[in-house]
Design a protein around this ligand. Sequence first.
Ligand SMILES: C=C1C[C@]23C[C@@]1(O)CC[C@H]2[C@@]12CC[C@H](O)[C@@](C)(C(=O)O1)[C@H]2[C@@H]3C(=O)O
Ligand SMILES: O=C(O)CCC(=O)C(=O)O
Ligand SMILES: [Fe+2]
Length: 334
Amino acid sequence: MDCEPPLAQVFLNLPATNIETDEQPIDVSGLKCYELPLVDLGRLNSGHTMNRKECEKEIIEAAKEWGFFQVVNHGICKEMLVKLQEEQVKLFQQPFHKKANQSRSNSPTGFYRWGNLAATSRAHFSWSEAFHIPVSSVSDFRTLNHSSSTVEEYIEVVSELIQIIAEILADNMGICFHKTFLAEKVVPSSCYLRMNRYPPCPNSYSKARGLVSHTDTSYLTVLQQDNIGGLQLMKDGAWICVKPNPNALVINIGDLFEAWSNGLYKSVRHRVVTNGQVERFSVAYFYCPTTETVVRSCSQPSIYRDFTFEEFKRQIQFDVRSTGNKIGLPRFLR
Ligand SMILES: C=C1C[C@]23C[C@@]1(O)CC[C@H]2[C@@]12CC[C@H](O)[C@@](C)(C(=O)O1)[C@H]2[C@@H]3C(=O)O
Ligand SMILES: O=C(O)CCC(=O)C(=O)O
Ligand SMILES: [Fe+2]
């Protein structure tokens, strides 16, 4: 029973041209590995105002400086994270034809993705497979895959965690009613969960990426990764490797917070590089608003024009389908 998507077959048939300059260097041997700023969330409920303020300050600074940080004492227990990973392994172990039946072209739900069927060159191709699940359809996903309630349990706890971080970041933007706005517009059912699997990739396919460079289509993303490593991000104009921390969850700013905060917080480009020997797993939770939500800058003059989340997603889909690549925020510059 073959579980693997035919990545090599499709990759090798794509032209090796059009490698964007921001994709260089893909060779990781010379890159330095960094630990992301580490924030201990245990201080938020310690009862000491000073500790809480310090913790909030660290979150805000990291969101401005890095666009990425990691959190410990986040309230999601180790057992839950282990259970989620086991569930994820099982889901990807299903036969390829069963997973492929859930791909966009064959099913309106479109949970399963692999490679990038719209790629026009190897630069657009991701050496990975994913279940991209709108939280509003998670019960359909469960039925289709005969899976357990673990995914839903995880969504419940991760959405509580990210709401707290979003409020801290929004509070710092000096606007009124952000708590009501977030509570009304960013509900779990408008969010997405993406399970990623990166199969080993032969070293000779040196131009392959695990996940091509992109920014996230969200306000915020919570990333759980295993200890293999491979995530890289842009820091001060250069790619750096992120050292995995098995006890931490990674949080990053997405496009919508960058636009809302008028560039105060940065939606940073990131990518995943391939590994020749071992598979890698990660789970991303995208904290997104309802489709009709207007994303409007909190200050003037604004870098980006107002847009609805629906408009933003439609533009991305159009660009991915017509060019093989996400463009994202630059499309909405004033
Ligand atoms: C081919 C692609 C799919 C993707 C956009 C991209 O060009 C590269 C990254 C993918 C990603 C990852 C984060 C989000 O899940 C996503 C919606 C996004 O904005 O970038 C997906 C895109 C997708 O699956 O359509
Ligand atoms: O697998 C990773 O480390 C990153 C995944 C990611 O960037 C995404 O799903 O948007
Ligand atoms: Fe991402």
